[in-house]
Write a protein that binds this ligand. Structure first.
Ligand code: NAD
Length: 249
């Protein structure tokens, strides 16, 4: 199925890229479960979007909570075809100053949380289903002050590929997308650092930051049967910022 009739769970769906993804999937005929640690916001967003959606509460760092989310979806809908995990947090601190508990918190949500989602989605999603993780340009491009985030996203890329290999026998595809800068509540605090956005744009061949909808469109493609021969892939969506630039000649 390319969209109509599919049931898809969007985790971290109450805000930013996840919310844009929920909107995109609804427009393409999916039934969308918007799940978020902020369950009230998830339910409110589902009510606002209308159509075939519902809200749910989940904490990706809590295994029982993730298992309960997917079991609830199975109880209510019988099966589900896809999951996109947009849950994410970040922090800004230099390595030498970094609070260890804060480092663990970011890794717990961005890496261990993604593992927990793939573990419980992988065992329950319908054969032939599609799972999408959210990596980042920062998985391969180090950022000053982003050690916890960069480390977690780097691990997430291998997690995605190992899971893709292991689930291929059931024709379940597992792919990542790696956005560059998209201004959302996650990245807004960093935008207060003077010059940071201009610097990013100067290093982006297409000369601008991205929009949540531009990430959502790629996620929809990876959830659809149009991408049925793609697995273990990581799609950079960043206006070309992953390419090293030398001075123009
Ligand atoms: P966002 O802050 O707008 O949305 C993240 C959502 O995740 C929020 O609704 C939040 O409540 C939810 N969340 C946080 N912790 C959670 C948990 N433990 N369990 C369940 N939900 C939780 O951020 P965004 O920019 O839309 O980011 C979405 C994903 O895209 C993240 O994984 C992020 O790392 C990744 N990403 C974002 C950018 C960017 O520039 N915005 C770039 C690269 C990658």
């Amino acid at each position: 199925m390319s969209g109509p009739g599919k049931t898809t769970v969007v985790i971290g769906g109450a805000s930013g890229i996840g919310l844009a993804t929920a909107r995109e999937l609804l427009a393409h005929g999916h039934f969308v479960v918007i799940a978020d640690i902020d369950g009230e916001a998830a339910t409110a967003r589902a009510a606002e979007l209308g159509g075939t959606s519902e809200g749910a509460s989940v904490d990706v760092s809590d295994e029982a909570s993730v298992a309960a989310l997917f079991d609830g979806v199975l109880e209510r809908h019988g099966s589900f075809d896809g999951v996109v995990n947009c849950a994410g947090v970040s922090t800004l601190s230099l390595v030498v100053d970094h609070d260890v508990a804060e480092f663990r918190r970011v890794v717990d949500i961005c890496l261990t949380g993604a593992f927990i989602v793939l573990k419980h989605a992988g065992s329950r999603v319908a054969d032939g289903g599609s799972l999408v993780t959210l990596s980042s340009l920062n998985a391969r491009q180090p950022g000053v002050g982003l050690v916890a985030y960069c480390s977690a996203k780097s691990g997430l890329e291998m997690l995605t590929q190992v899971t893709a290999l292991e689930l291929a026998g059931r024709k379940i595809r597992v792919n990542a997308v790696s956005p560059g800068l998209v201004v959302t509540p996650l990245t807004a605090p960093a935008m207060d650092i003077p010059g940071i956005k201009d610097d990013y744009i100067a290093n982006t061949p297409l000369g601008r930051s991205g929009e949540p909808e531009e990430i959502a469109a790629a996620i929809r493609f990876l959830l659809s049967d149009d991408s049925r021969w793609i697995t273990g892939e990581n799609l950079d969506i960043n206006g070309g910022a992953h390419m090293q630039r030398y001075p123009d000649i």
